[in-house]
Design a protein around this ligand. Structure first.
Ligand code: FES
Length: 353
């Protein structure tokens, strides 16, 4: 069950003009709670003018081995988002020694280290969770190899440039690194320009044996992830081998759907306790649950992070949008509570499943 704790900031490292890495110290008694898988994220929260804001940031530090102690520190990457209430604060105001409210790790964009060939296509800050995935995999699994295709605008705007170069130095044989810069000339022979579906369809088979890749990790802006997924599908890669995490989705108007019944009730189970509450006009099921159970898990409220995932035990819902759940998860019956509206008069959700 997701919980918040206050963690001190141990370091603030500037990565580029518009991004920092924050290192948080985890005290011994909380290390088990903050044990994470490579690729997971942390939600940070703060109150501004009486309103609570939460943002999720991916952990870039390697994950601890299952038989080792939980992490002593967690490092996350934060890039400034235009008008971003949390990222502007992180870049300009957070100092060493400050305390932050940090949720325990969540997210299913993860890799369980195993022998084999893996690959990632990332854009911009999408490198953050993949840095943890690559570092954890190569350190823990000597029979694993990784191909990382990353794109950014310029080398000056590229996050974790040094960290990725260090990994390449440490694992020259097992890490293949391809960097594509869209707004900068590179040395002859290296690709430049945007990474879109067409370019990836041509580039990937020249880089690696596409059919032998055990898992693909796509992370970054919606357009890049969508283009990469289409390219992979065109190259015959099964959807089950593709893992996606989208950063930054432009706000879109909710899709008009079946109108909600006049009086619907949501029953929810959360942290072992249940309750039933009426859904107010137009609100999402997460809002209904939150009015009665402020401990309900969420971070983005935008259908992107997946923190509000719940199992739909009975009834029917309509989701406005979903950028977080894999097709298998929706088929199994999982929904995003922050995007769900009741279609039937009674809806039952289980957040513990
Ligand atoms: S809170 Fe992020 S997807 Fe619902």
């Amino acid at each position: 069950m997701a919980r918040f704790h206050t963690l001190p900031v141990a370091a603030v490292d500037r990565l580029t003009d518009d991004s920092v890495a924050l290192t948080l110290t985890v005290p011994p008694e909380l290390r088990e709670e903050y044990r994470h898988a490579p690729g997971q994220h942390l939600a940070l929260r703060r109150r501004v003018d009486g309103a609570e804001i939460r943002r999720t940031y991916s952990i870039c530090s390697p994950a601890p081995a299952p038989d080792a102690e939980g992490p002593r520190a967690l490092r996350v990457g934060v890039r400034l988002v235009e008008g971003g209430a949390f990222s502007a604060y992180a870049l300009k105001e957070i100092n060493v020694g400050d305390e932050l409210e940090v949720m325990t790790p969540a997210g299913r964009f993860t890799l369980d280290p195993a022998p084999g060939l893996y690959a990632a296509i990332v854009g911009g800050s999408g490198i953050t969770p993949v840095l943890s995935i690559v570092a954890t995999l190569l350190a823990r699994e000597p029979q694993a190899r990784f191909c990382l295709v990353r794109s950014d605008r310029t080398s000056a705007s590229t996050m974790f440039l040094e960290e990725v170069a260090d990994l390449k130095d440490r694992y020259p044989e097992r890490l293949q690194l391809v960097t594509v810069l869209s707004r900068e000339e590179q040395q002859a022979g290296l690709p430049s320009g945007r990474l879109d579906q067409e370019r990836l369809t041509g580039l990937l088979p020249a880089l690696l044996p596409v059919e032998r890749v055990a898992g693909w990790f796509l992370c970054g802006p919606f357009g890049l992830v969508q283009g990469a997924e289409r390219a992979l599908r065109k190259l015959g890669v099964a959807r089950t081998r593709i893992h996606e995490e989208i950063f930054h989705v432009d706000t879109v108007a909710p899709t008009a759907g079946t109108p909600a019944p006049a009086h619907s009730t949501v029953t929810a189970r959360l942290d072992g306790r249940g309750g039933s509450w009426p859904v107010q006009d137009g609100e999402s099921l997460l809002e209904t649950v939150l009015r009665n159970r402020p401990d309900a898990p969420y971070a983005c409220k935008g259908g992107v992070c997946g923190t509000c995932r719940a199992f739909l035990v009975s009834g029917e819902v309509r989701m406005d949008r979903n950028f977080a759940l894999e097709p298998e998860e929706t088929e199994e019956g999982y929904v995003l509570a922050c995007q769900s509206h009741p279609v039937t008069e009674k809806v039952e959700l289980d957040f513990d499943r």
